[in-house]
Design a protein around this ligand. Sequence first.
Ligand SMILES: [Zn+2]
Length: 47
Amino acid sequence: MAFKEGEVYKCPVPECGCEITVTKGAAPGKGGDEPPRCCCGKAMVKK
Ligand SMILES: [Zn+2]
C-alpha cells in the first residue's frame, strides 16, 4: 500500500500503542504492498 499524506497507522499491540502519521505521501506508482512495520516488529494498521 502506498502512503498517503495524513494517514495514521497504529501498532495493533496494546502494550506498545505506537502511532505514526504520514507527513508526506509516496510518489504515484511508487508504493509497495508491504504494510509499515512498528519498532516492535508487528505490521501496523491504518486507522
Ligand atoms: Zn509496536
